[in-house]
Write a protein of this length. Structure first.
Length: 461
């Protein structure tokens, strides 16, 4: 696909990197020449220096022949205008990053606005991040949660400690998973150990420090996490959000709807007043969250989950580390800056949320959906373990596919690939060797191979 990205900030860079890795033809536009040059030198893409709100600049970027224009400039209104201009110039699809809640509050109005300006999709990084955080709060024992099959199947990632009962066990010897395998309930489908990503077989031995990904239904996950750790499986009742950002607003709304008590600490008095109006059921505390006495007085040690949403990554990291010392709560840390990625991964943090990556993944999933109409049958895609593995959901559209109606044990799959789950007419199947893939099934594949476009690609050449 020919894709034009307007805006080379953190999100724009991440989107360009991921889509370039997918093999698309990318052109980036920004009025900052350093940002454009940095990207074009790092990636095999084109760059145009100039104002993305200019018709001439967009035409120079090839917008007339673009399959997709993605506007991720700083201002919502600017992104909407760029998409309108691109649509008028002939772009087939447009995506705008829109953060202001007012554009998302009334669904019918936002849909009417999208139609009137030819907008294909509005992406809200703060809302996407809040939804991810709410899933993690729902399952405190998980450090990451990914959803498939319209929420009927989820992948949960947990980190094994030295005293975890799975540590040192061979997968095939774990009685819990033998029972689950027979029930067709869950499966370990991915393990990250140090810098290596592994698609494990039954002989694989789990170890302390492993990040283990388990795929199952949400109902089975509740049962599993109780087996893993009853305390970690308990439903969160009290959540502390540090920082009153837009993400905090979205997250608090979701949690309040789930009957969870929410407390927000915010330093800015004007923002406190706004949040008090927007969130009458939440407790808004005006104060400096970097004050240890304030945190302790507000019951840090009595919280079930703590989310750090300050503007600076350094503050979020330090607050989460302090919270881990003072509390047994699940800690969720927002990190925005790319430079911190490798350092943060070595820190003793529970769950780290990177909004730019979540936004980029959402756009990549949309691009894959557009490609479906051109022959691909990828329904959804998740980048796992810093992009070193993928979980893909395929829809089986052809009865003539070489994978259809044959026992899985007879098929010659690629190495480092696992058929993790099959959904058939709403029924979730964790497949065994005798199971088959049938037309209209949704199949979840976990693999370290990149760029799979069809269910047929799971077979070795």
């Amino acid at each position: 696909m020919n894709i034009v990205i307007v805006g080379c900030g953190k999100v724009g860079r991440t989107i360009a990197e991921q889509l370039d890795g997918e093999g698309h033809s990318i052109t980036v536009v920004d009025n900052n020449p350093r940002c454009v040059n940095r990207l074009t030198e790092h990636l095999d893409i084109m760059g145009v220096e100039g104002d993305g709100a200019s018709r001439d600049i967009l035409r120079e970027a090839g917008v007339e022949n673009a399959d997709l224009v993605i506007a991720v400039a700083d201002a919502d209104e600017l992104n909407l205008y760029i998409c309108l201009l691109a649509h008028c110039c002939g772009a087939k699809n447009t995506i705008a990053r829109v953060r202001n809640p007012i554009y998302h509050k009334n669904i019918s109005e936002s849909q009417a606005m999208r139609r009137s300006i030819g907008l294909s999709l509005m992406i809200n990084p703060e809302k996407i991040s809040a939804l991810e955080m709410s899933r993690l709060i729902r399952f405190p024992g998980a450090i990451e949660v990914d959803s498939f099959a319209r929420g009927n199947v989820e992948m949960y990632t947990l980190k094994l400690t030295s005293d975890h009962f799975l540590s040192g066990k061979k997968i095939s010897d774990i009685s819990l998973f033998k029972e689950e395998f027979l029930r067709g309930g869950s499966r370990i489908c991915l393990v990250e150990r140090n810098d290596e990503v592994i698609i494990p077989g039954g002989d694989f031995v789990l170890a302390s420090g492993d990040k283990v990904s388990i795929i199952c239904t949400p109902a089975r996950a509740s049962w599993l996490f109780k087996k893993f750790n009853k305390a970690a499986a308990a439903k969160a009742k009290n959540v502390l959000i540090i920082g009153g950002s837009r993400t905090a607003y979205y997250l608090a709304n979701i949690l309040i709807e789930s009957n969870i008590n929410v407390k927000i600490i915010e330093k800015n008095p004007k923002r406190c007043d706004e949040l008090s109006e927007l969130l009458p059921e939440a407790l808004i505390v005006r104060g400096d969250a970097l004050n240890e006495e304030l945190l302790d007085a507000e019951g840090l040690d009595k919280m079930d989950a703590i989310v750090t949403l300050m503007h600076l990554d350094e503050e979020n990291i330090m607050l989460s580390l302090y919270a881990r010392q003072k509390s047994e709560a699940k800690c969720i840390t927002k990190v925005d800056r790319i430079v911190f990625d490798k350092i943060v991964d070595t820190m003793p943090l529970d769950s780290v949320i990177r909004p730019r990556e979540l936004t980029a993944e959402s756009i990549v999933r949309y691009v894959r959906a557009v490609k479906n109409s051109e022959g691909s049958n990828v329904e959804s895609l998740y980048k796992l373990n810093d992009g070193r593995a993928e979980a893909l959901e395929f829809k089986v559209v052809s009865k003539d596919s070489p994978v259809v109606s044959k026992p899985l044990k007879t098929l010659n799959f690629r190495k480092n690939l696992q058929i993790a789950c099959i959904t058939r007419r709403g029924k979730v199947i964790i497949p065994k060797g005798e199971d088959t893939i049938e037309p209209d099934d949704f199949v979840i594949v976990v693999t370290t191979h990149k760029g799979l476009r069809s269910i047929d690609d799971v077979l070795a050449d």
